[in-house]
Design a binder for this molecule. Sequence first.
Ligand SMILES: Cc1cc2nc3c(=O)[nH]c(=O)nc-3n(C[C@H](O)[C@H](O)[C@H](O)COP(=O)(O)OP(=O)(O)OC[C@H]3O[C@@H](n4cnc5c(N)ncnc54)[C@H](O)[C@@H]3O)c2cc1C
Length: 383
Amino acid sequence: MILERGEVANSWRRERWDSLRLLTPNWQSRLPGYRYEGTDPDGYMTMGEVIDFITRYSVACNSPVRTHTTVTSVRQTAVGYHVATSNGDLGCRTVVLASGACNVPSVPSLGAAVPASVQCFTPFDYRNPNRLPEGGVLIVGASATGVQLADEIYRSGRPVTLSVGEHVRLPRTYRGRDVLWWMDASGVWNQRYDEIDDLTRARRLPSPQLVGTPVRTTLDLNALSGIGVELVGRLSAVRDGVALFSGGLRNQFALADLKMVRLLDTFDEWACTSRQGSLAPPERFEPTRAPASARLSLDLRNGQIRSILWATGFRPEYGWLDVPVIDHKGLLRHDGGVVDAPGMYALGLPLLRRRKSSFIHGAEDDARDVVDHLARYLAGGRP
Ligand SMILES: Cc1cc2nc3c(=O)[nH]c(=O)nc-3n(C[C@H](O)[C@H](O)[C@H](O)COP(=O)(O)OP(=O)(O)OC[C@H]3O[C@@H](n4cnc5c(N)ncnc54)[C@H](O)[C@@H]3O)c2cc1C
């Protein structure tokens, strides 16, 4: 039985902004036994199309979903779990936590010091630029969400300042193919969690600076500064109404450029050893241009900045889970989706078992492995 507090595809219905498209291409949208079969395999789905895709999947596999049923508590019992919901209670031997990795936007605690005259938004309450007051916008965070919203909001006529911390730079296409085709084909996306040196760090890696547009645009920091977005360093404090930014912008850029080149090197090596014939030659991209002198502070009290958008990532929310499996950072303790409590499993978390785990197409392989373990558990006690 699947319990869902909203509708099927709830996060795509309720928690995304209007213009968002997937950053993964259509051909990559696949679920167990189900794939995109439309006429535009290289395109990127709108939110309406994603909702349709997941809803059709749910109908096709006749999934036993109870919608509008919020899980309010999961407790361990002698034989399994007691699950309390807004629609009555249940008992079960095993539970799969598939409640998502992005239930709430993460806003740094320094946000509390922002003056009341500046309106704050997160990607969950932002829908389109018309919801913002006129005037300057400070966007904090330059991963997928931050760069996409900086572009959209700047084009709505508002001055945008983008605060850049650690980020992952990627071109939309490389040697004539979508960069995510390379991630897939070269095996990078299949890298397993138990082969990665610093798993904790890898699980915290920000999303890549990518956007899905009909014309396959590269949306990196050069593209944004090229249209007029002001780039500043990482927001380090808000003191007496003044936002303070770190001075290490040039280093942040150099590091992201270096990591991108290393990844492209990996792709080239793979293309060479696997004798891929029909590819364009290797490419290298202009390094990220640093502003001549990036501003280190911004007065939030003088009316120049009217709103702040926190594009500082998301986190899961487990307030309803009454089993001691959450660490001091609020994350689930698990080994490849096998949670630290008998008969409890997880899916859909960053790098759960593979680099692709938190993407739609990552569910298929992970689900097979996790369900295999779960079935053995049900068949004979602890596997
Ligand atoms: C802004 C953004 C853009 C993204 N873009 C892409 C992309 O381009 N391509 C891609 O592959 N992935 C993308 N992702 C990742 C994408 O969200 C995941 O791939 C996918 O949603 C994971 O599915 P899931 O079912 O594990 O989690 P979710 O889609 O988060 O589903 C979890 C479900 O659990 C329900 N739930 C939570 N708590 C409870 C409770 N207590 N009781 C009952 N129900 C509950 C929620 O309502 C929700 O429907 C994006 C994520 C975000 C945040």
